[in-house]
Design a protein around this ligand. Structure first.
Ligand SMILES: Cc1ncc(C[n+]2csc(CCOP(=O)(O)OP(=O)(O)O)c2C)c(N)n1
Ligand SMILES: [Mg+2]
Length: 323
């Protein structure tokens, strides 16, 4: 089997899909405390965007961030251990689902604060470019972030200083239970256009389409262009948060969910592969995740005595009182 772009893209969407399904099992088993925001249905966005980036390029993500971290190349076993709060996790089990980071592959972190990741990435890319590094960045955010002042401030500075940041809006139609039409005046692309950014709206369910749009934008940014926005129209197949599995909320018509599920990025990309190649990738992904689950569950939890370690980048140790 050749490791062509279509195969690689399929492997990424399939890995994210199965990672999320395994993670939900671990939530149900009580191994992942507090639950997760599943990325199911949106895999094509992270996979397509990250396929057009270089290993050294930078990424920030969201509360629904597992796909971004995996697509950029983080080790699924250490990611799963992070979700389970184990010492072998990407961040020693202290970041968890919403703050997983892997600087080694350019992932500056998922982020629980809606709208914050764009500002962090803009600052990080600006700083690296000032140092002379030839990097670009991509930051993911939902439709719920487009009314956050912090994101709009990031649009402004990135455009003003021509920082090569790709702003990727994952428009899945809802912010928790709020439909986008009930929350967003004007248009999402119009916000970026107002700052002079080129924008494009794409089918986020098709990983190849997302990759092509990203590759074009990244090429312009590497050639000296400023920030751009990609609005990827997508849909989350599952709950806003796994908590919703226990408290069914009635905010999406079942026919809408069923229709959206028929445009599945894993199937769309999988159909582009010969059956044997697809089966081989599926088996490989399954073996990777079996090993990841074993690794995570066999890893110890952090020693409570170390709870205050790693609070400061300087290495300063927090004191527990008593002078
Ligand atoms: C600043 C801020 N406000 C509110 C929240 C609570 N919150 C968490 S997720 C979410 C909805 C986000 O919707 P969207 O940006 O569309 O992302 P999606 O969940 O659809 O992926 C909200 C309001 C938060 N985490 N941060
Ligand atoms: Mg949303």
């Amino acid at each position: 089997m050749t490791d062509s772009d279509p195969v690689r893209l399929y492997r990424t969407v399939r890995l994210i899909r199965r990672f999320e399904e395994r993670a939900i099992e671990l939530v149900d088993a009580g191994e992942i405390v507090g639950g997760i925001h599943p990325y199911l249905g949106q895999e094509g966005v992270a996979a397509g965007v990250c396929a057009a980036l270089r290993p050294g390029d930078l990424v920030t993500g969201t509360h629904r961030g597992h796909g971004h971290v995996l697509a950029k190349g983080a080790d699924p076993a250490r990611m799963l251990a992070e979700l389970c709060g184990r010492v072998t996790g990407l961040n020693r089990g202290r970041g968890g689902s919403m703050h997983a980071a892997d600087f080694g592959v350019g992932v500056l972190g998922a982020n629980a604060i809606v709208g914050a990741a764009g500002a962090i990435l803009t600052g990080a890319v600006w700083a690296r470019r000032r140092r002379g590094d030839d990097v670009v960045g991509a930051t993911f955010f939902g439709d719920g972030a487009v009314n956050e002042g912090m994101l709009l401030e990031a649009f402004n500075l990135a455009a003003l200083w021509r920082v090569p940041v790709l702003f990727v809006c994952e428009n899945n139609g809802y912010a928790t239970t709020m439909p986008v039409d009930g929350a967003v005046a004007g248009t999402i692309a119009g916000r970026a256009a107002a700052f002079g950014m080129p924008t494009v709206t794409v089918d986020g369910q098709d990983p190849e389409t997302v990759r092509e749009a990203t590759a074009a934008a990244v090429a312009r940014m590497r050639a000296g262009g400023g920030p751009e926005l990609v609005e990827a129209r997508t849909y989350r197949f599952d709950a806003h948060h796994t908590f919703e599995h226990r408290v069914r909320l009635d905010y999406r018509p079942p026919e809408e969910v069923a229709a959206a599920r028929r445009r599945d990025p894993v199937l769309i990309q999988g159909d582009r592969l010969p059956a044997a190649d697809r089966a081989a990738v599926d088996a490989e992904v399954e073996a990777t995740l079996d090993a990841a689950v074993d690794f995570a569950l066999a890893s110890p939890a952090p020693d409570p005595a170390t709870a205050l370690d790693h609070l400061y980048a300087s290495g300063l140790t927090a004191r527990t009182g008593g002078g």
